[in-house]
Design a protein around this ligand. Structure first.
Ligand SMILES: CC(C)(COP(=O)(O)OP(=O)(O)OC[C@H]1O[C@@H](n2cnc3c(N)ncnc32)[C@H](O)[C@@H]1OP(=O)(O)O)[C@@H](O)C(=O)NCCC(=O)NCCS
Length: 196
């Protein structure tokens, strides 16, 4: 039974804000993106280097997109979560709450039927200088908590992950996601899913 709803998030987006800590003790707030966050998230996008951009590209990563995303927030479709330390965004995780045709068709080809309201999709990113310091792991635990509270029963990756992105593959396996299939784009990609 869901204890959290999109309607509640729309009324009170701050209800899921939580102060968390990196393994080294550094505190940060993990919260939903809000309509005034354009400059904050735009700056985050612009800070990302080529390596991160080659692995994480859900939309253009520039200031204009940061502003645009904040004017079209719809917590029934996307939960865009940011980790903020001293007025700087240090991570950005997207949760997609409805199944998109790309994922639906690929999973169908693996014999898995994705269901709206049961399956949600995650796309994580951590600021370059914060990667590999345990931040993503702290956030992923919180994300799993949130999606379970929303009543989802499975979580899968947005567009899979590059097979060569060994850190991401390890990261997802650590949180119980398992490979269910591969597909080619300009590179080899792995689809991974976890039952909640
Ligand atoms: C993937 C990402 C979200 C993970 O967040 P993070 O904060 O760096 O992750 P953490 O530090 O919590 O955990 C990284 C884990 O990978 C491991 N790791 C690091 N490099 C690795 C490698 N080359 N091969 C295998 N494992 C590796 C670390 O040891 C750690 O595992 P552990 O907790 O079992 O020790 C982040 O690195 C990122 O944003 N990367 C660039 C964008 C990206 O790849 N997004 C995902 C697209 S599918």
């Amino acid at each position: 039974m869901a204890s959290l709803t999109s309607e509640l998030l729309t009324r009170s987006p701050e209800c899921i804000t939580k102060t968390l800590h990196m393994p080294d003790g550094q505190p940060f707030d993990f919260r939903l993106l809000l309509e005034d966050d354009g400059p904050l998230i735009g700056k985050y996008f612009e800070s990302l280097g080529d390596d991160t951009r080659s692995k994480f590209g859900p939309h253009p990563l520039d200031m204009a997109t940061g502003h645009a995303l904040c004017t079209e927030l719809d917590y029934t479709k996307f939960l865009r979560m940011i980790a903020v330390h001293r007025d700087t965004a240090i991570a950005y995780f997207i949760l997609i709450l409805d199944v998109r045709p790309g994922e639906r068709n690929r999973y169908e080809s693996y014999g898995i039927t994705l269901v709206d309201g049961q399956d949600c999709i995650v796309a994580p990113s951590v600021a370059d200088e914060y990667q590999n310091r345990g931040l993503g792991s702290v956030l992923m635990l919180r994300i799993l908590d949130i999606v379970a509270s929303l009543g989802f029963t499975r979580i899968l990756l947005s567009g899979g992950t590059r097979a060569t992105n060994l850190r991401a593959v390890h990261f997802y396996e650590k949180f119980g996601l398992r490979e269910v299939g591969r597909f080619e784009t300009s590179c080899d990609n792995i689809d991974m899913i976890r039952q909640l």
